[in-house]
Ligand binder design. Structure first.
Ligand code: ADP
Ligand code: MG
Length: 240
């Protein structure tokens, strides 16, 4: 494999006596969309939070673009994150939400507005720029959350089940939109889901997790057609 853009090595995390991440190793190439797939409770969100710096590691190393980022605070890691439930600021307009991170980093008003308008056009919500989040649908709120995380031009985008609170039809449309935007920006992305269909459709590579470990990784085809264990076969639906 080419030199990885994001590299995780020997990641360990415990909560009390429970080992939640048990020696996780993962290499991701620049511009790839990798899904982190696995049953509820297997450690997906914890892994993303460790990468983003929202949770401290108990062991292991993380390199991003050849830089060791473990000791950096979240805001200096150049990582964007979108959560399952829309974490927009309710008291800020759509445009203000998108500009928030840029404002914190001292970008000029002019630069912020320009970037915000570009992103609003990209997510097709130009007419909602002055609306408040409560007046948007769930799918619209997630598109704004995506735009907000892209606004600061992160090196990596972490998406933690961004579609699972939405109903089926909107979920399908939005996943295509996310894929299009990810490709357009060549944005290195980790997409967490517990839905194997979503993983098969979206990803360049799939990492299947179980009980704090990555049990198999490869292309969607590899996991589907050549599962290495019974667990992988069952989870990927290879027998159907
Ligand atoms: P997933 O996102 O795959 O559903 P999580 O990473 O949220 O899994 O959780 C993995 C395990 O770690 C679960 O058993 C969960 O209960 C536990 N866990 C997560 N966060 C904490 C925490 N802050 N304190 C204690 N246990 C936690
Ligand atoms: Mg989770």
């Amino acid at each position: 494999m080419m030199k990885p853009y994001l590299k995780l090595e020997g990641i360990r995390k415990q909560f009390g006596d429970t080992t939640v991440l048990n020696n996780v190793n993962l290499d991701i190439r620049e511009g790839d969309l990798v899904t982190l797939l696995g049953p509820s409770g297997c450690g997906k969100s914890t892994l993303l939070r460790c990468i983003a710096g929202l949770t401290d590691l108990d062991g292991g190393q993380i390199w991003l673009d050849s830089k060791d980022i473990v000791s950096l605070p979240p805001r200096n890691r150049e990582i964007g994150m979108v959560f399952q439930s829309y974490a927009l600021f309710p008291n800020l307009t759509v445009s203000e939400n998108i500009q928030y991170g840029m404002k914190m980093r001292g970008a000029s008003r002019e630069a912020r507005c320009k970037r915000s308008d570009e992103l609003l056009e990209l997510i097709d919500l130009g007419d909602k720029r002055d609306a408040y989040p409560q007046h948007l649908s769930g799918g619209q709120q997630q598109r704004v959350a995506l735009a907000r995380s892209l606004a600061v031009q992160p090196k990596v985008l972490l998406l933690d089940e961004p579609l699972s609170a939405l109903d089926a039809k909107i979920r399908k449309n939005l996943r295509t939109e996310i894929r299009d935007i990810q490709k357009k920006f060549n944005m290195t992305t980790i997409f967490v889901t517990h839905d194997q269909e979503e993983a098969l459709i979206l990803s360049d590579r799939v990492c299947l997790m179980n009980k704090g470990r990555i049990v198999q990784q490869g292309t969607p085809e590899e996991l589907y057609t050549a599962p290495r264990t019974e667990f992988v076969a069952q989870f990927m639906g290879s027998y159907n």
